[in-house]
Ligand binder design. Structure first.
Ligand code: IMP
Length: 448
């Protein structure tokens, strides 16, 4: 990896980013989360043991890595402490290696409550959120009514802001939702309790990260969700409430753009979506069911079945261009093994017109008919392939076909859930026309 590498999802989340992050973090000094909250579920499998991380960065699973929760993340403190306890119970060390931004916003109990109430009000137009309070928390942040981690250590200020927030929420509970009011005092007590336990982790993480970079350390930025769920660039309003693209990585970690050396886009070999919203290549049939079962496509946070479909490269190209990705990690290729034919969507037909760009208008996406390119499937189990040449010719053609449409080299291919089930294509040219090794050398760093 390059000194600062940002890992972003190119689809609707659940691209197996954590699996890629886990591979890359072998070479990192720090892994920092920059947006989202415990709506994320990041799954890493090590020696048959599955870890699902929600708020704690995946780097915590590597002893040499500092795990940082950046200013752009929204943090449910009780949930975070439970996650830390659970990790410790399973033998993962969490202490000095975890840092939490004092600027990160706090998810409050009323955010979780209003997540549910807003969904109820939306009725059939509901977004199908994860109900973790993430959207209402970001809404309060933007409305300047939020509470931040640092506020926990100024109890008078915290109480004052909490009372004001609860007063406003109670007006909505009474007037709009016909629901019982909340009392601020129990919330205050609960958050003051959490404050004490969280204290050792809290610091100015922007300074910390810049300092690490000044010392020549390697920082991995861990994206959550995916570009098509980005509040600005996704399928609005069926999106999450943060910038789940490279743009959120900068503001949410507090790093200037020129300090980001490489953007790795993660793309699953097929497409999934959890929750409502348009999905042109969805397979609402037996094949979709097969992908769901063999890919274990059930939400890591909510357990909800994910909608499955063919790889949509109109969306993939859009996301790759938007994020300026230097290379792609293609995940879960093994799940496509055993199919006679494998398809990718190269374009849409909308109202009879051929389109190869990703439209903003939901009604266009909802009516888009995918135009597919077919590839021959491969029967073999590919889980033991460690070099590109080990893959069946049909799987190689598929990978090369995806590269050709997206216009970005695929430098990593995942062929199973375990750490070692990965193909690293060191010889592939990066977008700047240098191999990854040359890129590292040019900066005088040790190549991976
Ligand atoms: P929220 O982020 O809980 O507000 O949910 C908004 C939308 O984003 C819903 O469709 C969720 O299913 C989706 N979403 C949120 N987090 C994730 C994730 O980590 N993976 C996939 N989808 C997500």
């Amino acid at each position: 990896m390059m000194p600062t590498t940002c890992v972003v999802g190119l689809q609707w989340g659940d691209e197996a980013k954590a699996r890629v992050l886990d591979v890359l973090s072998a070479d990192a000094d720090c892994v920092a989360r920059s947006q989202g909250g415990n709506n994320a579920g990041h799954t890493v499998v090590i020696g048959g043991e599955t870890f699902i991380l929600h708020l704690v960065p995946t780097g915590v699973l590597r002893p040499q890595v500092l795990a940082v929760i950046g200013n752009g993340v929204v943090v449910d403190p009780k949930f975070l402490l439970e996650e830390v306890s659970e990790l410790r119970r399973r033998g993962v060390e969490v202490g000095e290696n975890l840092r939490l931004s004092d600027r990160a916003h706090l998810v409050m109990p009323y955010h979780r409550l209003f997540d549910g109430l807003a969904e109820r009000r939306r009725g059939t137009g509901k977004i199908d959120t994860t109900m973790k309070g993430v959207g209402p928390c970001y809404a309060d942040k933007a409305a300047r009514g939020g509470l931040r981690v640092g506020d926990l250590y100024q109890p008078d200020l915290f109480r004052e802001r909490l009372q004001a927030a609860v007063e406003e929420k109670n007006a909505l509970l009474r007037g709009l939702y016909d629901e019982p009011e909340l009392a601020w005092a129990p919330i205050y007590d609960e958050y003051m309790d959490c404050a004490q336990t969280l204290r050792p982790y809290v610091c100015n993480t922007e300074e910390l990260l810049l300092g690490l970079l000044d010392q020549g350390k390697r920082v991995l930025l861990e994206g959550a969700q995916g570009t098509l769920l980005d509040i600005d660039h996704g399928t609005y309003p069926f999106v999450t409430s943060s910038n789940a693209s490279v743009f959120g990585a900068m503001s949410g970690a507090g790093l200037p753009p020129h300090r980001i050396d490489q953007v790795v886009g993660v793309m699953k070999a097929y497409t999934t979506r959890v929750g409502a919203g348009p999905f042109p290549t969805e397979l609402a049939d037996e094949l979709g069911e097969r992908l769901r079962e063999s890919g274990k496509e059930f939400g890591a946070t909510t357990g909800r079945p994910r909608r499955c479909g063919w790889l949509d490269l109109v969306a993939g190209r859009y996301s790759a261009r938007l994020n300026g990705v230097d290379c792609i990690s293609l995940t879960k290729l093994d799940i496509l093994s055993g199919l006679d034919t494998v398809k990718v969507c190269r374009g849409y037909r909308i109202g009879g017109e051929a389109i190869d760009s990703f439209p903003a208008a939901l009604n266009e996406l909802e009516t888009a008919e995918p135009v597919y390119e077919e590839f021959r499937g491969w029967p073999d189990d590919i889980g033991r392939a460690r070099r590109f040449e080990d893959l069946p010719a049909e799987a190689r053609s598929y990978i090369e076909g995806v590269e050709e449409v997206v216009g970005v080299p695929i430098t990593m291919v995942c062929v199973g859930p375990e750490r070692e089930q990965v193909i690293l294509r060191e010889d592939r040219q990066g977008r700047a026309g240098h191999t990854r090794r040359e890129q590292s050398d040019r900066r005088g760093r040790r190549p991976n």
